[in-house]
Design a protein. Sequence first.
Length: 588
Amino acid sequence: MPLLLQTASSEKIYGLGVQYSVRNLKGRVVPVLTSEQGIGRGLEPLTALLNAAAKSGGSWHTTYSAIPHYVTSQLKSFFLEGSNYATFDMTANHEIKIQVFAPGFRSRAILGYSPLQHIEEYTIYAGRMKPIPSWLLSGPVIGYEGGTQKVLDLYAKLTNNNIKPTAFWLQDWSGLRIDTFGKRLWWNWEVDDDNYPGWDSLCHNLSQAGTKMLTYINPYLADTVSKDKKSFKRDLYKEAASLGYLVQKQNGDPYILASGSSSFTFGMVDFTNPAAAAWYSKVITDNMLGRSQMGWMADFGEYLPFDAKLHNGNPLEQHNLYPEHWAEANQIGVANSETHDAVFFMRASHTRSPAYSTLFWLGDQLVTWDEHDGLKSVIDGHLSAGLSGMSLMHSDIGGYTMINEFHLNYTRSQELLLRWAEMSAVSDVVFRTHPGNLPDSSFQIWTDDWTMQCFAHMVQIHDLFVPYRIKLMQNATKQGHPLVRAMWLHWPDDTTAQDIGQQFMLGPDFLIAPALEAQVTEVSAYLPQGEWTYAWNTSHTHTAPGQGLNVTVQAPLGTPAIFYVSTSADGAAVSKGLHGLDAKACAK
């Protein structure tokens, strides 16, 4: 029997995990199922073509982070405690119908005087994130690939252009392979000495200069290492298979899946087996932290088949839980090492993932401006993630997914890259670039001197907010409040604020209206009730009445529209710092 809850026809419903393209879920049916985000997610004709060709286009609701928790505009909050597949049918005006595909389930409702209190109460149950180490808060994390000498050459080029990397993020540390999707990685988690000769010296020398090393891992193991990889020390798939540590088919054989192309095959670690989880945590401790790394992208976690055979548990219950197990394995890998200030960042999550993860990122956005899978979808992702305790979030600057086939061309432009960096300078707790899946076909921050100059300016803007982010992270640990917030969390009765999703708050003090269209030089912003100061020119103050105020400001590249509550000392401090920057740094 479904659970029926009352709702008002005008009530707006937000949450249910990370939602990228729809803010108010009223009128929708939302499945709670962790899955790939998809490519396009409604952007046509791309989505239809990819769904027809490879079932990879996704839809408006597909998400890495499906969480059965919502908050409403009428100060109600509700969540399911279990992990089974469920649907939330909110198509009726006065009724929410929740169907859980399990013999029984538990649920909780939260009543409170503010949406922030709802988040606070919910995160007591789900868990709260701890502040990330200070070494990662300022400066850029540069995503790159190509081997030892290329990294050293880029380091010299960046530093000569006043960009001092906080870290390099080298996803190809384990080796590269090519398939129809582009450059892919060898899913065998050890240093590829052919690609990165002198790895330990590279990490040590960069660390001595103040640049840490971040890499990549996921919970899957390539089953073709011994057959196809040129050189390796350990075949982790063979080890796991021989020990019985992989997710199995019903006949007991390892369950082999494919990603992106039929030739890219792998097995999954079975984290319901405590011995398998401990083995994989030790791989992390030994092969990553034991090889001079300070952190990594802990990718994937969405693929557990419903017809699998597990060491313990029903795959129907375990599918959504798999990201939690994966996060815990990473957490234990760090705890068992001598490097306790390491950071791993995840895209897949479920209810209790914030208790285990150190950082999240929003996944593989398309290199477009659109609201389905591009730049605009990042803001919605931020705002919905924060409702469920994912308080520390960031995105791939410039997006990740590029396509240059099927007579379609989606490659990253210079303007998109820099506008994305401009938004991330305020929204993202960590400022990290990504070369993308077709790096040679897209604009990169090092493509030319002007791009590097403008990017260095964005880094300076990001760093001005570090003291404020430290305060917000402490608040997130104590109360569960997100760093990036929807405006209605602070003005719950403002119906206009409830509907706006393309601008956001950073904490309670800053309001940001990013430029989200190509070739714009000004933006419009909605200011809720209160006294607001335009951060780039403190003589521009605005008194917004009870019904709010719409304003338009100039927004040339490098000057994001930032407002702050006029009485905020943190706002005044950031504004002072902005005035000390070169306002023409991004002018051609």
